[in-house]
Design a protein around this ligand. Structure first.
Ligand code: HEM
Length: 125
């Protein structure tokens, strides 16, 4: 039986494993590395804080992911293809490392946010 997500170390493992997959993914990798030219040392701590706030009630994340992704969609394709791939990789990562209530919650929250993001992106076109 795998553990559930219950600590900051778990969040870090989840985020690090997920973005390792993203970076080498044929559909998503170039958006992070070539389009956004992301500084991973800055991005990863933001993502620890985002997921820690959603799943462990850390209240440390301050940001506006919706706006950031709407802006991103103006310079690169952010369609159902990219969102499906993102969700697939996220589900795969959660399932390979964790199981339990918070692990399920992570997948539900991710899917809901992805759906809302995609909707916001579609209505500004
Ligand atoms: C097609 C799917 C997605 C792509 C290609 C994508 C790509 C990116 C990129 C390139 C950034 C960095 C933007 C920058 O700092 O310049 C970013 C930031 C971020 N993404 Fe995504 N993303 C996707 C979906 C999602 C989803 C579904 C979530 C949430 C469940 C999410 C959460 C975040 C958060 C919290 C940030 C940090 C925002 C901040 O700076 O405060 N992303 N994303």
């Amino acid at each position: 039986m795998k553990p559930d997500i219950s600590s900051q170390e778990d969040i870090k493992l989840l985020v690090d494993t997920f973005y390792n997959k993203v970076q080498t993914n044929a559909t998503l990798g170039y958006i992070f590395n070539d389009v956004a030219k992301l500084n991973w040392d800055e991005h990863l701590p933001k993502m620890y804080s985002f997921w820690g706030s959603l799943l462990l009630q850390e209240h440390s994340y301050q940001g506006n992911p919706m706006q950031i992704h709407v802006e991103l969609s103006k310079i690169t394709t952010m369609s159902s293809v990219e969102f499906s791939e993102w969700i697939n990789l996220f589900y795969q990562t959660v399932d390979e490392l964790f199981e339990g209530e918070i692990a399920s919650e992570a997948k539900i929250r991710a899917a809901n946010i992805a759906r809302l993001m995609q909707h916001r992106i579609e209505i500004i076109k």
